[in-house]
Design a protein around this ligand. Structure first.
Ligand SMILES: Nc1ncnc2c1ncn2[C@@H]1O[C@H](COP(=O)(O)OP(=O)(O)O)[C@@H](O)[C@H]1O
Ligand SMILES: [Mg+2]
Length: 226
């Protein structure tokens, strides 16, 4: 059986800005193995977020294919694609996108409840994940009452709670001071080992990227190993 959880083949993406065609990605190939952590670096505007959106099935490529668990998402209906994504992928962004007036626990429960899990089962599961990310003492705090680093931890817990095969994290430390950035990055490394979840993480910080198993750079629309 294949150990590839997420894959893109000959992926290209261009935008038409009204006057010219902007070729952002060109012939990108990537295979994410089960349990591995990959860092993606590249200059601002090089196409990192574009790649993450495509890998997550949130945007359509101009050409090429994306396979989640070996399934080509282009062949699926919108509902099937959403279902495959919701069951297998977790997303973490630079800004947390949590619901500020809800507690940490409620935010982490949300994906489980959306997936129709009984609240009696969802709550202990969410509690456990929040404990894993070091927020045992913050379960009933509202997001608006938490620090930046703590909010990112909740966002990571929310991504992890569905037991995803892979987490796609787009500059999750980009909005944090260096100390908290280091801590949150370390958390990804620890969780990836503890939970055997694959992680694709975009970062500007090469010192952080160097701690992963594979470091890739987007350069002139291509993804190169460095
Ligand atoms: N929806 C869009 N329409 C037109 N151009 C876009 C769109 N999204 C991104 N771009 C362009 O694609 C390039 C790559 O953007 P992005 O993937 O966000 O880069 P990064 O995340 O590496 O900073 C940029 O030049 C950006 O302006
Ligand atoms: Mg970006």
């Amino acid at each position: 059986m294949s150990n590839i959880v997420l894959e893109c083949r000959d992926l290209s993406k261009s935008y038409f800005d009204g006057a010219a065609l902007i070729q952002v990605l060109q012939g990108v190939n990537l295979q994410v193995q089960a349990g591995e952590m990959i860092a993606v670096i590249g200059n601002s505007g090089s196409g990192k977020s574009t790649l993450m959106h495509l890998l997550g099935g949130l945007d359509k490529p101009s050409s090429g294919n994306i396979l989640i668990k070996g399934k080509n998402i282009a062949a699926l209906s919108e509902t099937e694609k959403c279902d495959l994504r919701n069951r297998n992928l977790g997303f973490v962004y630079q800004f947390h996108h949590l619901l500020p007036e809800f507690t940490a626990l409620e935010n982490v429960c949300m994906p489980l409840l959306i997936g129709n899990m009984d609240p009696k089962m969802a709550e202990p599961k969410a509690e456990h994940i929040l404990e894993l990310v070091g927020l045992k003492e913050r379960l009933t705090h509202k997001i608006s009452e938490l620090s930046g680093g703590e909010r990112q931890r909740v966002a990571i817990a929310r991504a992890l709670v569905i037991d995803p095969l892979c987490i796609l994290a787009d500059e999750p430390t980009g909005n944090l001071d260096p100390k908290n950035a280091e801590r949150v990055f370390q958390l990804f490394l620890d969780l990836q080992k503890a939970c055997q979840t694959s992680v694709v993480i975009v970062t500007h910080d090469i010192r952080l990227a160097e701690q992963t198993q594979r470091m890739l750079k987007i350069e002139n629309g291509e993804l190169v190993l460095i």
